[in-house]
Write a protein that binds this ligand. Structure first.
Ligand code: AMP
Ligand code: GLY
Length: 424
């Protein structure tokens, strides 16, 4: 089989490595991929948002199955276009991807189907939002309606900060049209858990849980980033909590989407907060998380391609989705200064990958024959082990054996999970 994976980061590298394990796979094309994937995929210089070119490529190269990984092409309708062209595809159609594409849609869905989430108000005009900010309790959570590169959420500790954020989103349009509507939410507290789930629109099979580390610096300080590291499983996510999430969140969401005429097939990402009142949805994403995928897929014992085909065919109830009872840790190596200002173009030296470890490249290019850094997040060093401390130690040992100038990583990935594990 010839496969095509749309996207170009560490998440896509992890997906490609897992797909490659199926002996039916002859070739995997990455659109556009990145130079760090050269050993695993054939790179095709077609951008993740260039849907007409993706369809044309799939038709002319005899692609048997496509995986659309990032949010942008999903929200823009890549799966619809590929499906119309007769290419079987993993990922939700445009009308289902709206669950991530519009926070207003997602909040409204949850309200109508009684799915637990933070209470909220939606505003389409600046003046009403500003007057609400005068009286609403602090801190205030302000979210741009549409996609905003993971940066569209502001937690304002003061009314001044809240008003500044509202001006920036609704007047200055720092997130473009994504800020035409804003959601102002109740501030929730509790441990956060990411749960990715395979679904064909009817059956839902949650994957192993994980914990992201979104802030740039140790001790969860600094700016929000795309994610500086992950561990799986998440120790806060007990079997009892998993059952509550299945009954009150996962199943109701899948059923609600089907009922709305927007059946969701693909990977649905539940960003959850385990509040004192029970698990609540912080966000839905219509895709695999990054860097959650880098710790979840290495623990998958079943065959990824078979599962993805079943999601596309509506036969997920007939396939096995089994995870190893082990632990995984991913340490992201970024360029110093990420997520704001950083340099690119430094040569990268990679070590051999020891057993049960791997390096997923997120941002690299080829220059004069050498692999060089080409993004804020450069790679994820991942290790799988029987215990969490071993997984953390091995992931750091691997990260420390990678070299490029100005490399930066948090030194405390997994420490919160370790402490939580000890409490329980
Ligand atoms: P998001 O981009 O929606 O994942 O939000 C980024 C981060 O903001 C989340 O990981 C949470 O830590 C935080 N956050 C979002 N919504 C809330 C909320 N209602 N209460 C508290 N924290 C929140
Ligand atoms: N790691 C968070 C996300 O993928 O949105």
């Amino acid at each position: 089989m010839k496969l095509m994976v749309i996207g170009g980061g560490g998440r896509e590298h992890a997906i490609i490595r897992a797909l490659k394990q199926n002996p039916r796979v002859e070739a995997i094309y990455a659109l556009p991929g990145n130079a760090g994937m050269e050993g695993d995929a054939i790179l095709v210089p077609i951008g993740a948002k260039d849907i007409p070119a993706q369809v044309e490529f799939a038709k002319t190269h005899g692609i048997d199955f496509a995986v659309v990984a990032p949010d942008d092409p999903l929200v823009l309708g890549a799966v619809d276009a590929l499906t119309e062209a007769g290419i079987p595809c993993f990922g939700p159609k445009k009308n289902a991807a709206l669950i991530e594409g519009s926070k207003v849609f997602a909040k409204d869905l949850m309200a109508r189907y009684h799915i637990p989430t933070a209470a909220c108000r939606v505003f389409t005009d600046l003046d009403s939002a500003l007057s609400y900010a005068e009286t609403a309790p602090l801190p205030q959570v302000i979210k741009a309606d549409g996609l905003a590169l993971g940066k569209g959420v502001i937690i304002a500790e003061t009314r001044e900060d809240a008003k500044k954020a509202l001006h920036e989103m609704m007047e200055d349009k720092i997130f473009g049209d994504s800020g035409s509507q804003v959601v102002m939410e109740e501030f929730l507290t509790g441990p956060e858990v990411s749960v990715l789930a395979f679904t064909d629109g009817k059956t839902i099979r949650p994957m192993v849980s994980s914990m992201d580390h979104k802030r740039a610096h140790d001790g969860d300080t600094g700016l929000n980033t795309g994610g500086m590291g992950t561990v799986a499983p998440n120790p806060y996510y007990s079997p009892e909590i998993a059952q509550v999430c299945m009954d009150t969140i996962f199943r109701p969401t899948i059923d609600a989407m089907a009922k709305e005429g927007r059946p969701f097939a693909g990977c649905l990402y539940f960003g959850l907060m385990l509040t004192p009142q029970g698990p609540k949805v912080i966000e839905y994403n219509c895709r695999f998380g990054d860097p959650e995928t880098q710790v979840v897929l290495p623990l998958l014992e079943s065959d990824l391609l078979t599962i993805m085909e079943a999601c596309a065919n509506g036969t997920l109830d007939q396939v096995e989705v089994r995870f190893a009872h082990k632990h995984a840790c991913c340490v992201v190596l970024a360029s110093e200064g990420y997520p704001t200002h950083y340099e690119k173009g430094y040569p990268v030296t990679l070590p051999e990958e020891p057993e049960d470890s791997c390096i997923y490249i997120a941002g690299a290019a080829r220059k004069d024959g050498r692999l060089v850094t080409n993004g804020g997040r450069v790679l994820g060093a991942v290790a799988v082990a029987d215990t969490l401390p071993q997984a953390i130690d091995r992931a750091y040992a691997l990260a420390d054996s990678v070299h490029f100038d100005n490399a930066y990583c948090r030194r405390d990935i997994g420490q919160r999970a370790l402490a939580a594990g000890k409490e329980q």
